[in-house]
Write a protein that binds this ligand. Sequence first.
Ligand code: PHE
Length: 392
Amino acid sequence: MVNNYLQTIISDHQLINDRINLMSKSKKNKNSQQTISSKLQSFLDEADRIKKQLRQETLNRDELEQKYLGKKGLFTRLSAKITDIPKTDKPQAGKVLNHLKEDITAYIEKLSGDKSQLGLDGNSIDLTLPGKKPQMGHLHPITQAINEITDIFQKIGFVRVRYPEVDWDWYAFGSLNMPQDHPARDEWETFFVDESAHSKKGKMVLTPHTSNGQVREMERVGEPPIRMINIARCYRRQQDVTHTQMFHQFEGLVIDKDINIQHLKGTIDHFAKEFYGPSAKSRIRPFHFKFTEPSFEVDFSCHICEGKGVITDPNDPKRTTTCRFCKSGWHEVGGAGMVHPNVLKAGGIDPNEYTGFAFGWGIERSYTLKEGLNIDDIRLLYSAQMEFLQQF
Ligand code: PHE
């Protein structure tokens, strides 16, 4: 018996020629069909089964495509079997495959065409209604901030680097002009790693700041100029509305001949305007760090009161209230200063020939001060609450 499937396609597609060919090959007598090889016969049977099965499917378009035409799909597996078919029968098997594929594709097309016109219950639907938009994911707000900060500094010639987030005491403290056991280490609420200490570089710590990148960058570059922007995770034993135990910092380091405080102030100002908008201002206040001399704390002007610290009542210009967001007109974001000669020496750079500046501050902190964000609890950023994160 000629296989059912073959018969269907012969009648379906009126492939009279196919039939004639098949017949003529089969000695042109009544029992001609029986001369089909057993391998071709089972090939055709399987094609037949696949076609029947297709008609009973309740799967959607994607599932159908995968089940039939995917890498391990029914059709794909059948077509691989063509290699077993005797040479003389191969053309027939090939034709069957072609038709089967046409059938499957047409069926899937038809099915998805039908579904787009009809609701699931078979009633027609209004195609003019706006569609449901698929939910698109986006980068985490801190990743967005990192990209933006990277861009701002790369445009003025800084090179983005990343250094270890678990590092030796030497890079995190020792090389930064804090001799062994100097209490300045306590200022950073450091997590020490329970590992035996390195004979020269000391204990391992979870980096409490990105300043560990300073001497690492001097070692990497060797001879200045250096223009580094090091962005990495940092860790400190502190958790409240303005701190998370894991956070990010970005550290700038510039070393060259004749670098002075004006270059530092100019760079900070440039960042403030690029990141917060053209009316933003920065200011530096004297401070103390072991690794910079002189050292400063860096503030940015508050965008709510524009650095005034007070809000004027729009109905009565004489009445003012303290700005609740900053209370003083400024937000402190981090530290900066001129690189201490001992740090340059630790990095193998001659302080008589070169000078430099460095700054470093928190990304979460800097980001939450952006206009319109009003994030009053920094921990929300890492809460994995979609309602919160989707806003950014
Ligand atoms: N590392 C300092 C901190 O985390 C900030 C800083 C960086 C200060 C570079 C001066 C120079 O507090």
